[in-house]
Design a protein around this ligand. Structure first.
Ligand code: NAI
Ligand code: MG
Length: 358
């Protein structure tokens, strides 16, 4: 059956990198999917007064197996009536996890990096419950931080389930009879419960408890890392991490930091994941400084397409895409790679090289 993938390029280089990802999906699985183009974004808001048309959400819900989102521009000044459509999409489709693999055959420390950051996407400080009061000593501002057992336990399940999948994959691909140690997988719980013992304490306990939720999770190793030392270790020895799970704010910070380890925002993809839907999304923004010039790096979107396919029943195609991307990166041919990676290449050239390598 031909299934539909929703394409939401939105603004700026989203219009260049999402078509590149579509080409790769069509090359790896010819005529398996059909595509629908959906409106959304700041440019659409400027034309119509609506950033996220209800029809876009309706078509995603009713017709699509999943979607790919490009990037939105957010004006730095407040614009009446405009709020970020990707934030609204995550909420309306209950995409409670942001899954961000940070992988490169040639990481910043010279060793291969292969970690996944799983960020809780619905609560923590981002519930935006802030207030300010006047006191005799000047203003004081407060923000509430919500950590729930329910949200922490389901993000824990997401992390353990990814780790269990990685373990199964490692076992399948391990060379028979090789002397190497047997494959393992690990979840690192990131928190700061030495200071925030109630909120981060509940996060950590709930994630630990989620390991009981499925028999496949039992063989996954668990460790904890305080968020500050997590940053330190991630920059010194990123190769020691496998799956890391964190509350919203810490996850936001460590996942952007981790992107620096693999050379460019232009190579890091992500997936917004819920129980019923998934949207692949490059982590970068709309890059107005290079938009329209055909030099945006499509790899972040192509990796996001692989994440999408892996979650909608096409894991082999996803693995082929990732392998083709790794090969192009490992070759490091500066005539092919785009300027963000020091090359002289184009969006189209990188896309063609990946398709040739599939
Ligand atoms: P940005 O990610 O758009 O760009 C930062 C720098 O990285 C720029 O120099 C850009 O040229 C470069 N870059 C980003 N993606 C690239 C790619 N694929 N290939 C080559 N170079 C790439 O972040 P910036 O400049 O802070 O924000 C620009 C706009 O994007 C703003 O309106 C911002 O609100 C929005 N934004 C949207 C996001 C989203 O849709 N999730 C995330 C971050 C920013
Ligand atoms: Mg961020």
């Amino acid at each position: 059956a031909r299934r539909k993938i929703g394409l939401i390029p939105a603004d700026g280089i989203g219009k260049e990198v999402i078509p590149a990802a579509q080409q790769v999906i069509e090359a790896v699985l010819p005529s398996r999917f059909s595509f629908i183009h959906l409106d959304c974004g700041f440019e659409h808001f400027q034309k119509t007064g609506v950033a996220l048309p209800p029809d876009t959400v309706k078509q995603l819900r009713e017709e699509c197996a999943g979607a790919l989102f490009g990037s939105v521009s957010s004006p730095s000044h407040k614009v009446a009536g405009y709020s970020s459509p990707i934030v609204a999409l995550r909420k309306q489709l209950d995409l409670y996890a942001n899954v961000r693999p940070v992988a490169s055959p040639i990481g910043g420390t010279g060793k291969p990096i292969d970690m996944v950051i799983v960020r809780e996407n619905t609560e923590c400080l981002y519930i935006k419950s802030e207030r300010i009061t006047d006191t005799p000593n000047g203003k004081v501002a407060f923000a509430d931080r919500q950590i729930s057992e329910h949200a922490s336990r389901r993000i824990g399940r997401m992390a353990f389930s990814l780790a269990a999948q990685r373990l199964a994959h490692r076992r399948k691909t391990a060379k028979a009879g090789a002397a190497a140690a047997p494959p393992t997988a690990k979840v690192t719980i990131v928190h700061k419960s030495n200071v925030l013992s109630i909120t981060d304490g509940l996060f950590r306990e709930s994630v630990r408890a989620s390991q009981q939720d499925d028999a496949r999770f039992a063989e996954v190793e668990v460790e904890e890392q305080l968020v500050d030392s997590m940053v330190y270790r991630m920059f010194r020895e990123p190769e020691v991490f496998d799956v890391a799970v964190a509350p919203n704010l810490y996850g936001d910070i460590i996942s952007d930091g981790a992107a620096a380890l693999v050379g460019s925002l232009g190579v890091v993809g992500s997936a917004n994941v819920g129980d019923d839907f998934v949207i692949g999304e490059p982590v970068h923004g709309s890059a107005p400084d290079i938009a329209g010039r055909g030099i945006a790096n499509p790899i972040a979107s192509i990796r996001s397409a692989a994440l999408l396919l892996a979650r909608i029943g096409e894991p082999e195609a996803a693995a082929r895409i990732d392998a083709a991307v790794d090969a192009v990166l490992a070759k490091n041919d500066l005539r092919v790679l785009t300027p963000d990676l020091g090359g002289k290449g184009t969006t189209a050239g990188v896309t063609d090289s990946i398709i040739k390598g599939l």
